[in-house]
Design a binder for this molecule. Structure first.
Ligand SMILES: *[C@@H]1O[C@H](CO)[C@@H](O)[C@H](O)[C@H]1NC(C)=O
Ligand SMILES: *[C@@H]1O[C@H](CO)[C@@H](O)[C@H](O)[C@H]1NC(C)=O
Ligand SMILES: *[C@@H]1O[C@H](CO)[C@@H](O)[C@H](O)[C@H]1NC(C)=O
Ligand SMILES: *[C@@H]1O[C@H](CO)[C@@H](O)[C@H](O)[C@H]1NC(C)=O
Ligand SMILES: *[C@@H]1O[C@H](CO)[C@@H](O)[C@H](O)[C@H]1NC(C)=O
Ligand SMILES: *[C@@H]1O[C@H](CO)[C@@H](O)[C@H](O)[C@H]1NC(C)=O
Length: 277
């Protein structure tokens, strides 16, 4: 009898203990998200104090399930899965440590004044589907490592200062349905893996590439003739050859004519002083 009472009380206490401890386990914030957010907020400048709640305490606990405590952040199961900080007059650069937000699916930092490079570390965001960094001042190359984000279906880098070649590897992104690198400083040929996609992959027309002075090839026109085409170089070569031929011929003629005159003059001089036989 006594034994039974004790054991049932024990069970009740144990169950209560379990319930309270389990209830108290908050969806503990992910340390990676904290690194990502605090490093990003350090690399960004927010001159108009537009970012609300972007504080150290909030970085330590940015999400409660699907609720976010940070402006522009969206949470999913306690993890940051979207960052939308568009049009907030942000300056500064994008911290490479943003790659610690390993559940990130959408990154939109468009229409700010961000400068510096696009971090190749974005490759570690293996769930990234949307990347919108349009209308900033980002410079440097378009990282080929983005090709490792296999789920990317939007890459919008329009209106920045990116330079160098478009990496052909980006053509490996089979889910890509939006690709816009217009109005940058990119150069060289458009890789056919992007310019002329095969099969039923979505195609990108000239509007994705326009506004890059030195970019050429389908769907843009072939190499532009700011540089000279092969034909015109050959033409100029032949033309200038002909001109110099004519010029030197005339020069020789003139020289011959002059020396002829001189010879004649000389001859007549000589004949003047020559005694007549
Ligand atoms: C800032 O945090 C407070 C309290 O955590 C929250 O009520 C508010 O909605 C947050 N603001 C934004 C913009 O997320
Ligand atoms: C950007 O923000 C400015 C000022 O906050 C606002 O006037 C403008 O309409 C916004 N633009 C867009 C496209 O949301
Ligand atoms: C940020 O990333 C760099 C390399 O990209 C790494 O060396 C550094 O330890 C990271 N910082 C933190 C706080 O994780
Ligand atoms: C990227 O953001 C800009 C606004 O800042 C928007 O106009 C544009 O449509 C976005 N790109 C995509 C592909 O959604
Ligand atoms: C595009 O690719 C197809 C074959 O996939 C080829 O026949 C065609 O000539 C290419 N067009 C251009 C403009 O390169
Ligand atoms: C080019 O593609 C964009 C969307 O990707 C579309 O809005 C636009 O109408 C297309 N332009 C032409 C000339 O087909």
């Amino acid at each position: 009898m006594m034994c039974g009472v004790w054991s049932s009380t024990g069970t009740v206490i144990l169950v209560l203990l379990l319930i309270t401890t389990c209830g108290n386990i908050p969806s503990k914030a992910d340390p990676n998200d904290e690194i990502c957010l605090s490093q990003l907020s350090e690399s960004l400048q927010d001159p108009f104090k537009n970012l609300q709640n972007w504080t150290k305490t909030a970085f330590a606990n940015p999400c409660q399930g699907f609720t976010s405590f940070l402006q522009g952040a969206t949470c999913n199961n306690g993890r940051i899965y979207k960052l939308s900080l568009s049009n907030l007059s942000l300056k500064g650069s994008i911290s490479p440590n943003i790659s610690s937000c390993t559940n990130l699916q959408a990154l939109d930092l468009s229409s700010n004044s961000l400068s510096g490079p696009i971090p190749p570390d974005l490759q570690y965001l293996v769930n990234l589907a949307v990347l919108n960094l349009s209308s900033n001042r980002l410079s440097g190359p378009l990282p080929q490592q983005l090709a490792l984000c296999a789920y990317l279906n939007v890459i919008d880098l329009r209106d920045n200062r990116l330079s160098g070649l478009i990496p052909p590897q980006l053509g490996l992104l089979t889910r890509l349905s939006v690709f816009d690198v217009s109005y940058n400083k990119l150069s060289g040929p458009i890789p056919s893996s992007l310019g002329n996609r095969s099969g039923n992959l979505p195609r990108f027309n000239a509007s994705s590439y326009e506004g890059n002075k030195d970019l050429y090839g389908f769907p843009l026109p072939p190499m532009r003739s700011k540089g000279l085409s092969v034909l015109s170089i050959v033409g100029i070569g032949l033309g200038s050859g002909l001109v110099s031929l004519v010029l030197s011929f005339t020069a020789v003629c003139v020289w011959l004519k002059i020396s002829e005159h001189k010879m004649a003059a000389e001859e007549s001089k000589i004949s003047q002083f020559m005694p007549d036989y």
